[in-house]
Design a binder for this molecule. Structure first.
Ligand code: FES
Length: 274
């Protein structure tokens, strides 16, 4: 018979002798003396506290790893490419861009601008043929044999279409054919001009800065041709600054792939040249 007056088997919790250690209330720590052979007592409270600290350390280390692991995803991963690719240029209709098509379709008087992206998808560039349609260049109607130019007259070049001042992109920055504005910065009648604040660049000299507020040249894309006259972009001129908005021209977006197609745009014309 148990204390409540009910029949109970020998294992009944009311009749089995209770162990003091099991009486330990949840959340309370107390000293439990344990005898050792040498008569010394072990302080179980101290031992339990050390165990708790060890567990807390493990949990903390795990949490630290979790936080560290999370932080690496809080920072956006660097997007870019490791080296300059060789990219074939395509005309606006998707066909291969060749020296002959450029020399027959584009020249120093072409009023529209033609852009292609290289080496990244957010890095537009002008493709220019500085040779005039009207005949031999005389210094005011076009140019030939310009630095890093390709084609029959070494007059086909490519420059970044993002201004080196505050980064206005094309068509706010645009190529101005001869006679577009009355001003002739640096004595030039044709140049690249940024309508945002008036900077101009010399298309006959690796897009060197002619007037400010920009002080740096536009980055120049290196071009080459194959035996069939197909045109490829394969790098940037040594000494070119990074494309504006990029710490490194190769970092900041995905690469363009193996081809890049010309896009036709209408320029913004504004003769605000200092
Ligand atoms: S952004 Fe081109 S001149 Fe200022």
């Amino acid at each position: 018979m148990n204390p409540l007056g009910l029949d109970c088997p020998p294992t009944c919790p009311f009749t089995v002798a209770r162990q003091p250690a099991l009486d330990f209330p949840v959340g309370r720590v107390r000293r439990v003396p344990v005898a050792r052979p040498n008569g010394e007592e072990v302080d179980e409270t101290k031992r339990n506290v050390l165990k708790l600290l060890a567990v807390a350390g493990l949990v903390g280390a795990g949490a630290g790893g979790l936080v560290g692991g999370t932080l690496q995803y809080v920072q956006p991963p660097a997007i870019g490419i490791s080296s300059y690719p060789k990219v074939q240029l395509l005309d606006v209709d998707g066909s291969a861009l060749t020296v002959s098509t450029v020399e027959s379709e584009y020249n120093s008087e072409t009023p529209d601008i033609y852009l292609f992206y290289y080496p990244l998808q957010n890095e537009p560039n002008f493709l220019l043929n500085l040779y005039p349609s009207s005949g031999t260049p005389n210094g005011t109607n076009g140019a030939e044999n310009v630095p890093y130019g390709v084609g029959t007259h070494n007059s086909i070049v490519a420059y970044s279409a993002i201004c080196q001042h505050l980064g206005c992109p094309a068509p706010a920055i645009a190529y101005y054919p001869p006679g577009t504005c009355p001003q002739t910065p640096g004595g030039k009648t044709f140049y690249i001009h940024c309508s945002c604040h008036g900077s101009t660049y010399d298309v006959t000299n690796s897009a060197a800065n002619l007037t400010g507020p920009a002080v740096l040249p536009l980055p120049q894309v290196l071009l080459e041709t194959d035996a069939s006259g197909n045109i490829f972009a394969y790098g940037m001129r040594p000494g070119s600054p990074p494309v504006n908005g990029h710490l490194n021209t190769l970092q900041g977006d995905y690469g363009v792939g193996s081809t890049s197609q010309l896009l036709k745009e209408t320029p913004v014309i504004l003769c605000n040249i200092a």
